[in-house]
Design a protein around this ligand. Structure first.
Ligand SMILES: Cc1ncc(C[n+]2csc(CCOP(=O)(O)OP(=O)(O)O)c2C)c(N)n1
Ligand SMILES: [Mg+2]
Length: 286
């Protein structure tokens, strides 16, 4: 679908850029606590999360269960570090929780769990269930005549799951125009490149054939993301919406962008400060 129409103000982009930088920084600081983790994914989706949390999502930082909030479902439990970084940036989780990341009794466990963390709507470690839960939530909200949106961030690996496609079919059947799927296409999964394990192209046409409005953008281009999100949220159609985001794992930290096999990374102790310095460099921060 075309996304050319909406105008993006330069000051809005600057604001989003700052949030995306800080989301990346929070994620690196959490990664450093454990010395390893799904940091590449967090850096990859930081721009997507910045646009979601700082342009569109309705929430109250001091009342994460506010009934009229939009729901953001993370089905990829291993991406929790990415969502924590956004929740910290949004003021839903306190910044000083960073130092407890992944430790026993922390509210920030390495895999996302709804009962542990404010703002974490679902427990998502078993892949392929987020969109199905999203369908149920979106249907429920419609039946209660609420105007909240349900977002689900899912991964290209989750497109291998039959349950995802059942949810895709159900969403258009029920005309869930309050459901917005966001697919992180980083062409990576645990064992290999996603496109090698099971090809997913033509990805936009596949979703469209199931009755979704579909946009595909460079998921590390804030302006393109803003246009796609604005179009998806603003559409008047009765269809569910999907924004397919091509992202680069490790984005913003050159030493991690170029690392082989980035699904789960270990970073040497002395490399964390280098990674933070590279991030500052990329953003022109002294
Ligand atoms: C149902 C299920 N099968 C397998 C796994 C093991 N697993 C954890 S992460 C992962 C990779 C999934 O692909 P993707 O989310 O695209 O990986 P990434 O982009 O983070 O490398 C797998 C297979 C799981 N958590 N749940
Ligand atoms: Mg992937």
């Amino acid at each position: 679908m075309s996304v050319a129409a909406s105008r993006v103000e330069p000051e809005d982009l600057e604001k989003l850029k700052r949030h995306a930088y800080r989301i990346r920084r929070h994620a690196l600081l959490m990664g450093e606590v454990q010395g390893q983790g799904y940091v590449g994914q967090a850096l990859g989706v930081a721009d997507v999360l910045a646009v979601a949390y700082f342009r569109h999502l309705r929430y109250r930082a001091d009342d994460p269960e506010w009934e009229e909030r939009d729901r953001f479902l993370l089905s990829i439990g291993h991406y929790a570090i990415a969502l924590y970084a956004a929740l910290i940036e949004a003021g839903i989780v306190a910044e000083d929780e960073i130092e407890n990341y992944g430790s026993d009794h922390s509210i920030l466990p390495m895999s996302g769990m709804a009962t542990y963390t404010p703002g974490m709507e679902i427990t998502g470690g078993s892949l392929g269930h987020g969109l199905g839960i999203g369908v149920g939530m979106a249907l429920g909200l419609k039946r209660k005549a609420r105007d909240s949106f349900v977002y689900n961030l899912l991964s290209d690996g989750e497109l291998n799951e039959g349950s995802t496609w059942e949810a895709v079919a159900s969403a258009s059947h029920w005309k869930l125009n309050n459901l917005i799927a966001i697919v992180d296409v980083n062409d990576q999964q645990a064992d290999d490149k996603s496109s090698t394990v099971l090809s997913y192209e033509p990805i936009t046409d596949r979703w469209a054939a199931f009755g979704w409005e579909a946009w595909r953008v460079d998921g590390n281009d804030l302006e393109a993301l803003v246009r796609a999100f604005d179009a998806a949220v603003g559409s008047q159609s009765d269809k569910p919406r999907v924004i397919i985001c091509d992202t680069l794992m490790g984005r913003g930290v050159p030493l991690l962008e170029t690392r082989e096999k980035t699904h789960f990374i270990r970073v040497d102790e002395n490399e964390w400060s280098l990674a933070l310095a590279q991030l500052d460099d990329v953003y022109g921060i002294k």
